[in-house]
Design a protein around this ligand. Sequence first.
Ligand SMILES: *Cc1c(COP(=O)(O)O)cnc(C)c1O
Length: 479
Amino acid sequence: MERKLLIERSAEGKQSLVLPSCDVPERPIENYIPKNLLRSQECGLPEISEPEVVRHFVNLSTLNHHVDKDFYPLGSCTMKYNPKINDAVAGNPCLAEVHPFQEESTIQSALKIYHDVEQYLCAITGMKRFTLQPAAGSHGELCGVMIMRAYHMAKGNHKTTVLIPDSAHGTNPSSVHLGGYNAVTVKSTQEGLVDLDDLKAKLSDDVAGFMLTNPNTLGIFEKNVLEISELVHSVDGLMYMDGANMNALLGVVKTEAMNFDITHINLHKTFSTPHGGGGPGSGPIGVVEKLVPYLPVPIIEKKNDTYFLDWDQSESIGKMMGFWGNYSVIVRTWVYIRMLGEKGLKDVSKYAIINANYIRASLKDVYDLPFQSPTMHECVFSGDRQKEHGVRTLDIAKRMLDYGVHAPTIYFPLIVHEALMIEPTETESKESLDHFIGIMRAIADESKNNPGIVTSAPQETPVKRLDEVKANRELNVRW
Ligand SMILES: *Cc1c(COP(=O)(O)O)cnc(C)c1O
């Protein structure tokens, strides 16, 4: 179906609107735009050919780094290659041109997609139900904390705190705080795992829950998760899994098997939506059976092959979003899951884990590795050894831009000095991993023998090193 709106100009210079594929009679443009606002002459826009326009935008796009250009190992962010078919399906007018105010009977396909994705996520995690409303991982965390609160209030529990490991993502304490609880930090051990003694010391009847990232932000699987869950459940606390790192767990272990009660999943990371530059996102929340009544309304239900929105949930925390969830991200998730199937999804995690461990093993002789345990989908090095030559992790990250790859996440997690957090994802071939390893080894060598070239990087990028403090304080985003 074509619905282009065209303005045509007759030989006498008269303009009229043409709606090519609709049976609407042509009408003079004055019917749409007041006469005094119409141009009397051509406006003299430059005439540019298609190749010139294409080259302009292609060249612009290469000024920035993106995953279509080269390796993008931004730890914790899961910058995988996103299949283009996702975009083609999400942009299909049959799916893209629906509106949430339409009658339910006219948006059955859209509701089916929401319903299917919920079922897939339940199968992947073992959770009873999901809401697809939250528009980011952090938004999901807030939703999860609100559900935690609703649960404790309904039980008459008086709880004040939520425990969080010191390796947690910064959004965790913010979400806990926004949800009305105090965030209390639990230490990590030398191994990079939750310190069980510190957890026991901080556990009390005041504890509403524990927000744990697994695998944690060091890329390490919390092998004591069952013991942690038992401890937290013993004070009627809820176990919340920050599941942003689900890329490591697909088909490997279910959230339910680790005794978590609530989890969020970042669809834009694990389930493939391009999300550089802060969006778009989707952070669905899954819960065990006893928490289902508190999920946001509406729930998408199916009865006799008809999908509908169920608003009848008296204990619900309410709504988390304007409508029912970030639709285009959810459509991409649907395509991605259906395309890969059960085995394909399991392979995603297997390859993500193998790739991270390959990098870890290939670089540990030249960069410090503060935590020795094998990792899951990412590995965290320290630039401490390079610091002895006056080279900081920030310099290493900038030098990587000269070599044409994106920098990893740096200075996070906070418990690692000069952290370099590398997540290759499953979508990279051995050749591209070897290329990256070669670059990292070259930079380690330069740091020792020619540190100036590292500390003055980048030299090859369109914009050289910024004064980041000034840029933050005096933001100027114009040309
Ligand atoms: C990305 C991430 C989040 C936050 O997700 P957003 O969608 O960016 O809000 C939370 N925790 C971890 C471990 C993450 O990697």
